[in-house]
Design a protein. Structure first.
Length: 202
């Protein structure tokens, strides 16, 4: 027998009313004061502000299942940088992620069997959070819509409350290697793709 589900919206509203009585952040700027954007997993064990020692108004926090660099995350980062002036990007993945425990083929097959249609989007499951962080960094290095000059990647250990660093240099090197392979297959033309470690001029 499954446990009865009780919605939490009423409780959340009560919490908000208590907050409103002492709210003092009304004068915060819409632009993050640290000019920082964080991309993280939606895992409920991760309090991003607490983990990174951030305060309200200091950073944009972009979250989804796995902290995956999807088109929508790139859209958000592009707006964050171009409209609201952020310059630095921090990726925060973590150990014991739900995406390490799911099969994409099985998940989609179950949806198709139940709904009669298979989703277009990818779940993007992974085995190793460190390799997945590097892949996410490579995607940001390669997209033309995001300035990845100040990019850092970390894996948060949910058991010990620590975050291990993944070198952005390795992401640049992997991205450069991928681009070299891509460019080797292209005919010589007018366009040139360059990845640089130097910050872009604003």
């Amino acid at each position: 027998m499954t446990e009865e589900f009780i919605p939490s919206a009423d409780q959340i509203v009560e919490h908000n009313e208590q907050l409103a009585s002492s709210f003092d952040d009304g004068d915060l700027s819409v632009a993050p004061t640290l000019r920082l954007a964080v991309v993280a997993c939606m895992d409920s064990r991760m309090d991003i502000f607490k983990i990174l020692g951030l305060e309200n108004g200091e950073a944009h926090i972009i979250r989804n299942a796995g902290g995956v660099i999807t088109d929508d995350v790139i859209r958000s980062l592009c707006l964050s940088q171009r409209l609201l002036g952020t310059r630095e990007i921090v990726l925060l993945h973590h150990t014991d992620c739900g995406l390490q425990q799911v099969s994409e083929d099985q998940f989609k097959a179950e949806l198709e069997a139940e709904l009669g249609i298979k989703p277009r989007w990818s779940l993007e499951p992974f085995d190793d959070p460190y390799s997945d962080t590097m892949q996410s960094m490579q995607r940001l290095v390669l997209t033309p819509f995001v300035d990845a000059s100040y990019l850092r990647g970390f894996v948060y250990d949910v058991r010990f409350t620590t975050a291990r660093h993944e070198s952005s240099d390795a992401a640049f090197e992997a991205a450069e290697k991928e681009l070299r392979g891509f460019l080797a297959q292209m005919a010589r033309g007018d366009r040139e793709i360059v990845i640089t470690r130097e910050p872009r001029k604003r």
